[in-house]
Design a protein around this ligand. Structure first.
Ligand SMILES: *[C@@H]1O[C@H](CO)[C@@H](O)[C@H](O)[C@H]1NC(C)=O
Ligand SMILES: *[C@@H]1O[C@H](CO)[C@@H](O)[C@H](O)[C@H]1NC(C)=O
Ligand SMILES: *[C@@H]1O[C@H](CO)[C@@H](O)[C@H](O)[C@H]1NC(C)=O
Ligand SMILES: *[C@@H]1O[C@H](CO)[C@@H](O)[C@H](O)[C@H]1NC(C)=O
Ligand SMILES: *[C@@H]1O[C@H](CO)[C@@H](O)[C@H](O)[C@H]1NC(C)=O
Length: 532
């Protein structure tokens, strides 16, 4: 694919309204090939998920205490932006959990302990004492979840009843009594819990401590039977999820093999970039082979599930990065996870920590919030085989459109200097078609992927596609402000989330992917068998 240096008057580009400035910029051509014959994987309709954690304000790392009052125990659930932000997804999955979930006692009246809050204590596991969830708070949270239309995954206290051995491992069986009381309480109150998840990061070598796979498997079976018992007579029962930890092939295989019939969803966590103190983070993220690094985890887990008798599916239960430029990585991983059969992807966090979708103090959405919302709005269940030919700096993912006709292509440009003109080609049972070329566009002869006959007006509408261009303000990847089609995305003074609206582009034009930009292109007129 040829690359040429061009003197470009930006004022002639209809996509960008930065005024007339002349910049030296490179242009390159590239092609996306999509196989529309069959889907390669499918995701949940509500693929996007975010977490709410337990960390108290005293939790600090590398000199910053980033949690503020974003804990399940003290988050201001009456905040208007928070409500609107969750509502906008209709629905957003929310996973309630994190490190301290395993040390929470539910104050359901059967425990011998007073309901005391987490207290910082360096000599205890995770540097905090045991904590407690008072039922009035649980009631309040559930009122919020219902109002916001959220789908709830609750992480249960998997360390309850175990003791920590001298080698640091947690031994003994999980005591399910307290969890069962919470589940029963929730059922009696009519709270709708989509899934109960057992434990957080206790798999493999664990974080802080670990539990052996065989023991974990019998604890999962125990949770399954507790849930079956409490929800007896219910038409649909909550899903059973585990282990919410870091992927370890041997450990995961043993858990999966031993929980066939009890475990519905296998969760794993992803933090590729480490603790955020690495000064080369931006370079890392912009490196395609670095982004590909996570592929092995996805494909290894897929292999384990494919080869086991289990019918369990995979989710990413928690993933986050400590820096804002990670928006590129976030969307890339949503794309990659989908390709490997991941059904749901939970982002750490909705709010709190350094990496929330919402700002911890103002609740104002961060750039990743809007990326997630756009994904949720556009990317349908079926994942299409999608390959890009041209520069290695373009990442490409294709899905059937969500609640709409046609397909959606997600393109991410990791290059800060080059605009890539992307042409789209679809593989169908009949032949290959290139959609951006005028003459082929005019003579739809193939059996599939055709422009449907219809009224003049329909044909007129079908000759365009809808594009959503996301860029960082002033091209600064560290900016907390993101632009959609050149306009700043922001909540208004009543705390309303802006509508994410596309621009319309003629199909004969290539998709122009500006430097460091992300483009979602929805092409309603491309009808492929996989999306019908
Ligand atoms: C994309 O590449 C993969 C791996 O080479 C191949 O299996 C797949 O068929 C390709 N898909 C398309 C649409 O070209
Ligand atoms: C489990 O915990 C409950 C208190 O919640 C306690 O009464 C019971 O004895 C424990 N069971 C076991 C086997 O230790
Ligand atoms: C911290 O935890 C240790 C071990 O459980 C306990 O002995 C100590 O009293 C605790 N310190 C405080 C200040 O609570
Ligand atoms: C663009 O290219 C120039 C010259 O090669 C280089 O110095 C600069 O770092 C590049 N900018 C980005 C954002 O990649
Ligand atoms: C904010 O946006 C909402 C919907 O987009 C609108 O109804 C409301 O009037 C706006 N509020 C202000 C203060 O502009």
């Amino acid at each position: 694919m040829g690359s040429r240096l061009q003197l470009l008057g930006l004022c002639v580009l209809s996509l960008i309204s930065l005024g007339c400035i002349t910049v030296v910029s490179q242009n390159e051509e590239g092609t996306v090939l999509i196989d529309g014959r069959v889907g390669i994987a499918s995701i949940d309709d509500d693929f996007i998920c975010a977490t709410l954690d337990w960390w108290p304000p005293e939790k600090c790392d590398y000199g910053t205490c980033s949690w503020g009052t974003a804990s399940l125990l003290n988050l201001d659930i009456n905040n208007n932006i928070l409500l609107n932000a969750v509502k906008a997804f209709s629905p957003l999955k929310l996973r309630l959990g994190g490190t301290l979930q395993d040390k929470v006692i539910y104050d359901v009246g059967d425990s011998n302990h007073p309901c005391t809050q987490f207290i910082k204590n360096g000599s205890q596991l995770f540097s905090f004492s045991q904590g407690c969830l008072p039922m009035p708070r649980w009631d309040e949270l559930n009122r919020f979840f219902k109002q916001a239309g959220a789908v709830i995954i609750f992480g249960l206290n998997a360390l309850n009843g175990r003791t920590i051995a001298s080698d640091g491992s947690a031994v003994g069986a999980w005591n399910s009594t307290n969890a069962a009381s919470l589940i029963r309480y929730s059922v009696n109150k009519g709270y709708n819990i989509y899934a109960w998840e057992l434990g957080n990061e206790l798999s493999g070598n664990g974080v802080g401590t670990r539990v052996a796979a065989a023991q974990y498997a019998s604890d999962v079976i125990e949770l399954h039977s507790v849930v079956q018992d409490i929800y007896r007579g219910f038409k649909s029962k909550p899903q059973i999820i585990a282990p919410g930890g870091f992927f370890d092939g041997k450990w995961y295989k043993e858990l999966v093999d031993k929980t066939s019939g009890s475990l519905d969803i296998v969760t794993h966590h992803i933090y590729n970039l480490g603790p955020g103190v690495d000064s080369h983070l931006v370079e890392k993220i912009l490196n395609p082979s670095y982004l590909d690094g996570e592929m092995n985890t996805f494909s290894d887990l897929k292999n384990i599930l494919d080869r086991s008798a289990t019918s369990a599916t995979a989710w990413v239960g928690e993933a986050g990065e400590l820096i804002t430029v990670a928006i590129i990585m976030y969307l890339d991983q949503l794309g990659m996870a989908s390709k490997y059969g991941t059904k749901t992807y939970c982002r750490q966090t909705l709010i709190g920590g350094n990496y929330g979708l919402l700002d911890t103090t103002t609740f104002v959405p961060n750039p990743d919030y809007y990326s997630a919302l756009l994904w949720n709005q556009l990317m349908g269940r079926n994942v299409l085989s999608t390959n890009f030919t041209g520069t290695k700096k373009i990442r490409a993912y294709g899905h059937c459109a969500k609640q709409s006709e046609g397909i959606v292509v997600l393109l991410i440009n990791l290059d800060g200097n080059t605009t890539v003109n992307v042409h789209l080609t679809t593989e169908t049972t009949a032949s290959k078609r290139t959609w951006t070329l005028n003459h082929q566009h005019k003579s739809p002869r193939t059996r599939f992927a055709r422009i449907p006959r219809g009224s003049r007006q329909t044909v007129g509408t079908q000759s365009t596609r809808e594009e959503y261009h996301l860029t960082a303000k002033d091209g600064d990847l560290h900016s907390q402000t993101m632009l959609l089609n050149g306009r700043i995305l922001a909540v208004n003074s009543s705390g309303n989330i802006p509508l994410l609206e596309p621009i319309s582009v003629n199909l004969v034009e290539p998709i122009r992917v500006a430097p460091f930009s992300i483009v979602f292109a929805h092409i309603p007129s491309i009808r492929v068998p996989a999306c019908i």
